[in-house]
Every structure is written in C-alpha cells, then in structure tokens.
Design a protein around this ligand. Sequence first.
Ligand code: PMP
Length: 372
Amino acid sequence: MLSHRADRIEASGIRRIFELVSSMEDPINLSIGQAHFDVPDAVKEAAIEAIREGFNRYTVTQGLPELNDAVLARLHERYGYQGRESLITSGVSGGLMLGFMGLLDPGDRVLLPDPYFTMYPVLAGMVSAEVDTYDCYPGTPLTEELLEAQLHPKTRLILINSPSNPTGRTLTAPELRAVGAVAERHDLIVMSDEIYDDFVYDGPFESAAKYIEPERLLLLGGFSKTYGMPGWRMGWAAGPVALIDAMRKMQQFSFVCAPSIAQKACLVALQTSMDHEIESYRRKREMLMAGLSEHYEIACPGGSFYMFPALPAGVGGAAFSERALERNLLIVPGKAFSARDTHFRLSFAAEDAVLERGIVALRELAESFREG
Ligand code: PMP
C-alpha cells in the first residue's frame, strides 16, 4: 500500500523514548529536545489577543510582512546579513523540508554532519536524495580537506548545524570560512540550521551569515527553542531570492502559511529578552560538566542544551541505555544520530533537581561498568 518513500522511514529512536516516558514514574529524563521553560507571558498575551481580535484566518504564504522585516532586520543587525528575502515557515522543520525539496532532485547528494539531527537523513530520503556525511564529532576540526574528501560529482548541498543537536558543538569562524570556500569552489549551496542560535555560552554566536555569501546560503532559524514554544510551529528561512521564492510556492501548496496567531505573537517574542533563561542554561551546563567530567569523556558544549559524552570503553549504546533505564534514567544513544555507536546524548533542558539526580545516576552507571 505504501510508497517507497513512506515505507523506508524508520521510527525515530527518540520517539521510542518518548513512549517509554509515559509509562515511567518520576523518571530522570535527560532525553528532552525542548527548553524546559514556558513561553513568556507577554507572548502568550499577544497570541490570546490575536485570537480575540479575530486574527484567525490565513496569512499571506510568505508570512506577515512585519515579521519578515523583523527577522531580516535582526539578521542584519547581528551579522551584517545582506540578503533581502525571507519566508516564515511552520517550524524549522517546515523550512528544512521546503529547502530539501527546493534544492535536491532524485539522485542528488547532500553532505550532512555526523552526528546529525535525526530529521536530516529522513528528509533526504523523502526527496530521493543520497546522503554522504562528514565527521563533526567534537574534537575533529572542520576543514576544507575534510569536506572535500566527502564530495561527490552529484553533491549539491552541504548542511551545517551550529550549535549542534546532538553534540552542542559550535562551529568557529575559520570552520565556517572553510565551508564557504568549499561551497564556492564546487558551486554548492550551504544550508545552515541555526535553531539554537540564542543558546550560546562562550562569546557571541558565529552565524554562517557572517562568513558565507548570501547567494550560496540558506539560513534557517526559529522560535521553538528560544521562546519555549515548539508546539506553536514557528520558524523562518532566509536566502537567495530564487530559492526563497520556490520555497514560498511550495509552502503555498502544502503548509499554506505558518499559524496566524503565532506569527502575531512572535513579533512580541522578538522584543522579549531571554537572557535570564539562557544564563540559567549556562549554569546547568557548568553543573553537568563539573558533575560528570571525572566519570565521562565530554567535550564541553559551546551551545544548545545538549552534551555528547563518550560511552564507557567497550560498552554499546543499547546496553548503556538499558542499564540507565534500570536507574530510572533516560538518555538517547548516539546511534540515533550517527553511524557510530560510541557516545550518548544528554539534554540539560531540565530542572536543577532533575539534573542533580541525573549526575548521581550517571556517576553510578559509569562505576557499574567499571566494575563489570
Ligand atoms: N533543527 C534542529 C537541529 C532541531 O534540534 C530541531 C528540533 N528538535 C529542529 C530543527 C526542528 O525544530 P522546529 O520544527 O520545532 O522549529
């Protein structure tokens, strides 16, 4: 009955964990992929007011002009971005889907980071593109040579994701320049998923917008993580005119537009400081690093709210997460994001009390494997 496209999709490893959570009592849940704080009150009020005022119809496909303007103004202000074309999408997921559809023909190849956000290879499959990967584990510098070694005559697109889900790695200025140089030399487009752009802890965020020509760059960002509103389905895309125009047309015939009331509320969100929340995540990062560094090999994440520690020597992700479950602890095996089975993902988007219990459980876990 099903198309090949649908039939080849495997359930996400993360979803399975979601299902487990509902059957557990008071789990130590460090598997969560969304901020633990709620939408700021002023933003909620703006959405409620939009509903009351009858702002409940379709908007233009492109999204409210004032929201597009605000997104572009922010990109210009923060990174000197010169592009002039943007689109409000249904989450960054919507932007990713439209971007893949707009750039890749069947048989084209896309170069993804490994580890990767689980959606990327699946989306590639949905548009019948082939996937190659470049090593993006913490500790491996991203260089022109590393990328060029993975190119194929049919490569059209390089995807970067900084700060990264699942590693928390942030790309440096020289690394972004290297991506830009390779794209230039081989006539490729770069798609930069910057959904965690506000969650950076060591100095200002280095956006691809600062280092890669706007004509070669599709920038994707969103509201889900920063403002604690993943259920509102709000994102944006900015890039070359022809590409954004194609994405707009495809949005018109698929998602139609991003949610109208959420668009109104996001105008207020962009005026709302989340510094306090980001600062609390910096503290959570420090807390986990201090609590776990003696027991695990962990590269300190520069951003997002994940870390990606190495599994204890000789232990596979399945055995590790099983023993974690015995301690009521939920993590995600690295295999869900990678061809390798050497690490696991921890999320620190949780209350301090949960993180404290998590540290105790993870230390005991490391010791239990040492004992055999
Ligand atoms: N990109 C990355 C790297 C993510 O981690 C996520 C959410 N987990 C998304 C995109 C999708 O986010 P949304 O569709 O909610 O904007």
